[in-house]
Design a protein around this ligand. Structure first.
Ligand SMILES: C[S@@+](CC[C@H](N)C(=O)[O-])C[C@H]1O[C@@H](n2cnc3c(N)ncnc32)[C@H](O)[C@@H]1O
Length: 261
């Protein structure tokens, strides 16, 4: 792809979706854009953008493609076991009602997994604050309605908890109201909007993979500041926080980084 063409695409996408592609690794993004154009059946980007401007379905296809919102409940079950057995008990020594943020929560599978885990381990009388945010409004709309989720989405939810947290109909899973009310959803761009603070736990998994190294570093610095001293950042299975110790983090196991007290 020629630089001029990429500049044009970046400008159009910023004005249509608010997503700034300068924050994303450009080679990977260009490859993905090429295959998106090919699959769209449009002859070129100008045609694709004019159909996107006039058709909200096309716009949401473009947004979905850019944000990639694949997720599942208890994604990486072994990591969730570490969270349950080691990280959460330690965090709860310092605060019994936790402030947790699922940053890039997609359709809600991640914050609902956390809400289930906290309810099962600390009881339903606790008042944890679970914030879940994402850039993608259509993913958030599904999250807020509690699904419906597929059997594959919930495959890692222990079977004995299915009825407690979901209404199951025709192999579709809809989160019960009592699960939905445990999570506060909000639309939020990690690369542009201010962060809340004083979190015990921030979960940001499988979100930063397409960001440039510099953007990742800035983001991890901001997560560090948004944690309370002693708070923990939980990242994706294949992700490593570069320069973690320069930022100030100590590593507390694979995928977990702690802001020291
Ligand atoms: C692959 S999903 C990850 C979902 C969940 N964290 C998980 O690991 O299963 C990536 C999510 O990050 C969101 N995302 C991408 N860029 C973002 C940004 N700048 N601000 C907020 N969310 C973003 C996407 O909309 C998408 O829902």
């Amino acid at each position: 792809m020629q630089q001029l063409e990429y500049d044009f695409i970046k400008r159009e996408i910023l004005s249509l979706t608010g997503i700034d592609l300068n924050n994303y690794k450009s080679e990977q993004m260009q490859r993905r854009l090429n295959s998106f154009l090919l699959r769209s059946g449009q002859p070129d980007w100008s045609n694709l953008f004019s159909s996107t401007r006039s058709d909200p379905t096309e716009l949401s296809k473009l947004r979905d493609f850019l944000t990639i919102n694949v997720s599942s409940f208890f994604r990486d079950p072994q990591k969730y076991e570490v969270l349950k057995k080691t990280i959460l008990p330690n965090l709860q020594k310092e605060s019994s009602n936790l402030r947790v943020w699922s940053a890039g929560c997609s359709q809600g599978q991640e914050p609902y997994s956390l809400a289930i885990m906290l309810t099962e381990t600390t009881g339903s009388q606790r008042r944890h604050y679970i914030l879940a945010s994402d850039l993608d409004r259509s993913a958030l709309a599904k999250a807020k309605s509690g699904g419906p989720y597929t059997a594959t989405d919930v495959a890692n939810v222990p079977i004995n908890l299915h009825q407690r947290y979901f209404k199951v109909e025709n192999n579709k899973y809809l989160a019960h109201e009592r699960l939905r009310q445990l999570v506060t959803f909000k639309q939020h761009n990690l690369l542009a909007d201010p962060f809340e603070s004083n979190f015990d736990l921030i979960i940001c998994r499988n979100v930063v993979i397409y960001f440039t190294a510099l953007v990742k570093e800035q983001l991890y610095n901001r997560f560090y500041k948004a944690l309370r001293p002693g708070g923990v950042l939980f990242v994706g299975g294949t992700e490593i926080v570069n320069k973690a110790s320069e930022i100030g983090f100590e590593t507390v196991g694979v995928s977990f980084y702690r802001r020291p007290n």
